[in-house]
Structure formats: structure tokens, C-alpha cells
Design a protein. Structure first.
Length: 191
């Protein structure tokens, strides 16, 4: 069964805000926000994360227990996660790059120019169900890390804005044309 609000959400986009004068969605202190996972939307591997799937893990680990990595490499930490929350769209994240580290400065530059903006989760599945269509619905998982990546498995999982204290009211599109196409196809397949 498709997430009840998926049809409505396929035609909407979460709001993206960016700093005036900064191309990409990150502030000068390395603080950024985004969606690491979208609820009810199949990713490129056929996984569908359901709302509430992160709640037990986040209650147990908190933001400090989840690592912020580059391209899922445990040898390449980038900074710290400041907060996680589940909303109607998915897993909303807020993090800060450790700009004292060279790799974090490099990633900061890539985010500022828009060269990289993907987010991807690393987790262990705790409760899921495989559907006849081959899709796997994940109801509970143990979140270990969220990475900034070039190509996210969930195309709509993106860095979307700067920290709330510094973002302006300039709105921009948040989802790539590929992500929009995947959302439309997912809605047709699950209707």
C-alpha cells in the first residue's frame, strides 16, 4: 500500500532556501540541512522507507551516535550531525562540517558550488517486508551513518538549505528532474 499522502507529495516539493550570494546550500560555518531519506518513495534499489522507521534508532543513538561521512567511507568522517527529525517528507537532518579538516573543507567547497548535494543513509534493517512487486518496505531500521554523496540511492535525498539562523527567503527547486521522474513512476506503479 502506498503512503497515503504520496500522490499529493509527488506534485509538491519541500522548500529550499539558500544564502544570498552563495550558490550552494551551505553556510560559511559549514552548517547545512537536508533530507537523508524520503518516506514512501522507492529508492533506486527498490527500498521504501516508511514513516517512523527511524524513531527507535534515533531515540537510542541520538544525533551524536550517527556518523557524518563522505561517500559512506568510515575512514572519511566530515563533521557532526546536530539534529534528526522525522516529518511528513522523511528524515530531515542538520549537520556541521568540521572545517578544520581538509576533506571537510573540500566537501564544503563542493556543496557551495552545487557540485555535490546528495545524502545517503547507512543502516541495518530490523523489520521489513518484501512485496510481490519485489519492492522492500522497511518499517524499522538501525541508523549508523548518513553520508554526503555524489549519487544518492534515493535521488530526492539532498542537502537542501543552510542553517535556519542564516537562510534567506529565496526559494529554489529541490529535486532534480531524475528525482521528479522517479517520483512520478513510483506513483504510477503503486496506484
Amino acid at each position: 500500500m502506498m503512503h497515503p499522502d504520496l500522490h499529493k507529495r509527488l506534485d509538491q516539493k519541500p522548500e529550499l532556501k539558500a544564502l544570498s550570494g552563495v550558490i550552494g546550500p551551505i553556510d560559511e560555518d559549514g552548517v547545512f540541512e537536508g533530507y537523508a531519506s524520503l518516506f514512501g518513495v522507492p529508492d533506486l534499489s527498490g527500498d521504501i522507507i516508511e514513516a517512523g522507521a527511524f524513531s527507535d534508532s534515533l531515540a537510542k543513538r541520538g544525533a551524536s551516535g550517527v556518523r557524518l561521512l563522505w561517500q559512506h567511507d568510515p575512514g572519511d568522517p566530515l563533521g557532526v550531525w546536530l539534529s534528526f527529525s522525522e516529518d511528513a517528507w522523511g528524515l530531515k537532518v542538520r549537520g556541521r562540517l568540521s572545517l578544520e579538516a581538509q576533506r571537510a573543507r573540500d566537501v564544503h567547497a563542493l556543496l557551495k558550488t552545487g557540485a555535490v548535494d546528495g545524502l545517503s543513509i547507512g543502516f541495518r534493517t530490523e523489520r521489513a517486508r518484501r512485496e510481490a512487486s519485489g519492492m522492500r518496505r522497511i518499517f524499522r531500521l538501525d541508523l549508523w551513518e548518513v553520508s554526503i554523496v555524489t549519487f544518492p540511492m534515493a535521488p530526492g535525498a539532498r542537502v537542501t538549505s543552510t542553517s535556519p539562523a542564516t537562510k534567506s527567503d529565496v526559494a529554489h527547486d529541490t529535486l532534480t528532474p531524475l528525482a521528479e521522474a522517479i517520483r512520478r513512476v513510483a506513483a504510477e506503479l503503486h496506484s
